[in-house]
Design a protein around this ligand. Structure first.
Ligand SMILES: Cc1cc2nc3c(=O)[nH]c(=O)nc-3n(C[C@H](O)[C@H](O)[C@H](O)COP(=O)(O)O)c2cc1C
Length: 478
């Protein structure tokens, strides 16, 4: 199958049990879905050692109807969730993950007649989405968001491929959901194809699934790539699904809670959506009318667990998507990339290269911005191979000592962006101009005179590692 996997779980429950055993999970009982879950989640995410939080006995809801937040929030849970070496830190984690991703061999999902998700099914008048403990996450949220770390599954009506994305979902009433998809995203392009034919867009949304399914749902893979097949490869076994009765779409068999229905054309129904505390840390996109999902069936396991990933600042999580950027660079033919790291989710990207020719640094930045992973960046900083992109102090040092602002910073305007960008001006927003500028900061020694560049006095990484290893018992530095 072309994969080695060391995942110790096959579903969300298995993952949470393993996290609990590692001491990485906290059980919280009796919290309120209205803001309190959100506040506790933020506190736990900002802690020095962030923890996964499993909420039960949520105010007004039966015991067993649970919500988990910060599901993968630290190096320890990242290693557990994705089968990585727990001893690794910093860029070494990205390197290992990138090596694994580079060997990808898609594995097609398989249909099964039943699974944990078919334990319960509500249809017609029995549907009541409000029976699940849906949080209002932030103070100015204009609704309760059941889908934050969700998986939205659709099929291209032309190409017969299945797309998966994470798009936020709120509960409007007992059988109607609101969904927000950013311009240019595959889910948005697919639903428009159905609407152009005067049809509702069939959709399945999973609100609780294991970390691998969640991770691939949010990948910026090219058009035509099915993320379910990537998940199968990561698991080392095909994703099992039951077929939706109304839509014919795949419903992951181990999901905790899934709905199937149709995103109806806006002329038929659309409702006010937002504000929502977004991943940028702002309520930037305000309130607008957005499409809705008319739910036909609700499937759930006994004692379902909703997977919550409310936006919030978490500087401690490992930016695994840096590995996807690294691979995108290689696919674009950019050689000698030494590492990639992302700061502030995606706003600041640092790419380290071993310069081989004039223009190499700029090419790396442009290739990244031109790939699907170029979506909504703000600063791309290119550094030499002696700079660890995962070390912010090193990156700042390179900028301070190697970048001449007058000649080594370029800006690109009208780059692919999103209404979520808090920096879009009121005028541009009114004109629906959702683009932003990006600065490419060349913080490398200028290629054509790098042989004359002042020599650095710092020790090479290997020398530092050797000294640290030899003197570790005396220095006691960790
Ligand atoms: C926790 C989380 C929440 C997200 N919420 C949204 C969202 O509400 N709308 C959106 O368009 N993208 C959202 N994204 C980003 C998309 O999931 C991502 O761009 C993905 O590649 C989209 O899939 P697609 O390219 O197949 O459309 C979110 C990502 C994550 C990790």
């Amino acid at each position: 199958m072309g994969t080695e996997t060391s995942l110790v779980y096959t579903d969300l429950r298995g993952y949470l049990a393993a996290a609990d055993e590692l001491g990485e999970l906290r059980h919280v009982k009796g919290a309120d879905w209205d803001l309190e879950l959100g506040a506790i989640t933020e506190v736990a995410a900002r802690a020095n050692n962030p923890k996964v939080v499993l909420f039960d006995e949520i105010k007004g809801y039966p015991k067993g109807f649970r919500v988990v937040t910060n599901p993968v929030c630290s190096a320890a849970t990242t290693a557990l969730a994705f089968g990585l070496d727990p001893q690794l830190t910093g860029l070494d984690i990205i390197r290992q993950w990138k090596e694994r991703l580079g060997k990808q061999t898609p594995v097609k999902p398989v249909e099964v007649s039943s699974g944990p998700i078919t334990e319960n099914c509500d249809s017609g008048d029995k549907i009541d989405l409000l029976k699940f403990p849906t949080p209002r996450w932030h103070e100015e949220d204009g609704g309760r968001y059941i889908g934050t770390g969700c998986m939205v599954i659709m099929e291209d009506p032309d190409g017969q491929w299945t797309n998966v994305g994470t798009y936020r979902v709120c509960v409007h009433d007992k059988n109607t959901l609101g969904i927000w998809i950013s311009p240019g995203k595959h889910g948005r392009l697919i639903r428009e194809k159905y609407w152009a034919q005067g049809k509702g867009c069939p959709v399945v949304i999973s609100f609780g699934q294991d970390p691998v399914l969640q991770k691939v749902a949010s990948w910026y893979e090219p058009w035509g790539v099915s993320e379910l097949e990537i998940a199968g490869w990561l698991f080392g076994a095909p994703v099992q699904y039951v077929r939706g009765k109304e839509t014919g779409l795949p419903i992951p068999a181990t999901s905790e809670l899934c709905v199937e229905g149709f995103i109806v054309p806006p002329a038929e129904d659309s409702r006010a959506e937002g504000p929502f505390g977004e991943w940028t840390g702002y309520y930037a996109s305000g309130t607008r009318n957005e499409p809705v999902v008319k739910v036909k069936n609700v499937f759930y396991r006994n004692d379902p667990i909703i997977f919550g990933m409310p936006p919030g600042i978490s500087g401690k999580s490992v930016p695994l998507s840096a590995a996807n950027v690294w691979l995108a660079l290689e696919k674009a033919g950019v050689t000698d990339v030494q590492g990639v790291w992302e700061y502030q989710t995606r706003y600041i990207t640092a790419i380290s290269i071993k310069q081989k020719y004039g223009g190499h640094a700029k090419r790396a930045a442009m290739a990244m911005l031109g790939s699907t992973y170029g979506y909504h960046r703000r600063f791309v900083i290119i550094v030499d191979d002696d700079v660890d992109p995962s070390n912010i102090d090193d990156v700042m040092w390179a900028m301070a000592t190697r970048c001449d602002p007058a000649t080594a910073i370029n800006t690109i305007t009208e780059a692919w962006s999103t209404p979520l960008d808090p920096r879009i001006t009121p005028d541009a927003r009114a004109a629906r101009n959702f683009t932003n500028s990006v600065a490419i900061i060349n913080a490398c020694q200028p290629y054509h005179w790098k042989d004359q560049y002042a020599k650095t006095c710092y020790f090479p990484e290997e020398t530092r590692r050797a000294a640290a290893a030899k003197w570790k018992d005396v220095l006691k530095l960790d």
